[in-house]
Design a binder for this molecule. Structure first.
Ligand code: C2E
Ligand code: CA
Ligand code: CA
Ligand code: CA
Length: 279
């Protein structure tokens, strides 16, 4: 290590030492969490104004023995840094595909799709496509049931590799949704080169939808863009009926958010789906 002026980091810097210790501890915690199966997927309903509940998104939860329920923003970055997002992400895909197989055998759930979040690190990992293909065949997943949610950030680097992987999986019946749409920096021209089936309007545009005409204009533009490109569009973060109504007026008919159902354990999600779809 080159020592240079005041940026010099001494081995004995106590603050630095504390950070290293903290990081090591986090890594140990995460490894232990994997072994103890403390990670669990929750399901959040995706609702169509015409067909009711049409699918779910999986959202990861960590049930820490001491800290209790921990949310993804507090552990996904650490999983990425340690590389542990690969095994954890694979488990999410595994559990998700098992669930899809179960649903396929139940009349009241067989129409459901399952959306799974996948980060750039996972998608670009060399074993990713083979692993997903193996799951599709082991759990006999029908084309159009498994949807992977990616974000625009994946397109900043490795665009060609990303497109190749997506095309490969799309040819096997995997759908792709572009998550948090409108918050990234990707060029619109990539939209036509990616095998996408859906755009997801970011919740930051939905939050003030009722008070901010700009948010309505942006949402409307995304809906129009999706329509032009022959893509589905879904809005996330819908918390009020009035927001759904505005979205409906601008041509967005698929929604996700607390107004419908919070992310919940599978049994709770299934109970909600049964009740909602039977009305
Ligand atoms: P995301 O994919 O954008 O997921 C939507 C987030 O909004 C979730 O936060 C969800 O619980 C929350 N949400 C849902 N409905 C509402 C609503 O009506 N209002 C508001 N304010 N929020 C709502 P969560 O579960 O904390 O997840 C945060 C992020 O962590 C996700 O953002 C996703 O990027 C990431 N993540 C979650 N699970 C996984 C996973 O299995 N793998 C990977 N790679 N990332 C994951
Ligand atoms: Ca998502
Ligand atoms: Ca999102
Ligand atoms: Ca997000």
């Amino acid at each position: 290590v080159k020592a240079s002026g005041r940026n010099n980091i001494s081995f004995y810097d106590p603050e630095m030492q504390a950070k290293i210790v903290q990081r090591k501890q986090t890594e140990k915690d995460l490894e232990q969490a994997i072994l103890n199966e403390e990670f669990q997927i929750f399901f959040q309903a995706q609702v169509s104004s015409e067909q009711g509940v049409i699918g779910a998104e999986t959202l990861l939860r960590w049930f820490h023995p001491k800290r209790g329920l921990v949310y993804p923003n507090d552990f996904i970055p650490q999983l990425e840094e340690t590389g542990l997002l690969i095994p954890v992400g694979n488990k999410v895909l595994l559990d998700g595909c098992k669930k899809l197989q179960q649903w396929s055998k139940q009349q009241e759930f067989k129409q459901l799709t399952l959306s799974i979040n996948v980060s750039a690190m996972q998608l670009l990992h060399e074993d990713f496509t083979d692993y997903v293909k193996q799951l599709l065949s082991t759990y006999q997943i029908s084309a159009g049931k498994l949807k992977l949610e990616i974000t625009e950030s994946i397109l900043i680097e490795n665009i060609d590799a990303t497109i190749a992987i997506m095309n490969d999986l799309a040819n096997c019946g995997v759908l792709f949704s572009l998550d948090d749409f409108g918050t990234g920096f990707s060029s619109l021209c990539y939209l036509k080169s990616l095998p996408l089936t859906q755009l997801k309007i970011d919740k930051s545009f939905i939050k003030d939808l009722l008070n901010d005409d700009n948010d309505i204009a942006i949402s409307k533009t995304i809906v129009n863009l999706a329509t032009c490109l022959d893509l589905d569009v879904i809005a996330e973060g819908v918390e009020q009926k009035a927001q759904q109504e505005v979205l409906n007026q601008i041509g967005c008919y698929h929604y996700q958010g607390y107004y419908f159902h919070r992310p919940a354990e599978e049994y709770e999600f299934e109970k909600f789906t049964l009740a909602y779809n039977s009305d």
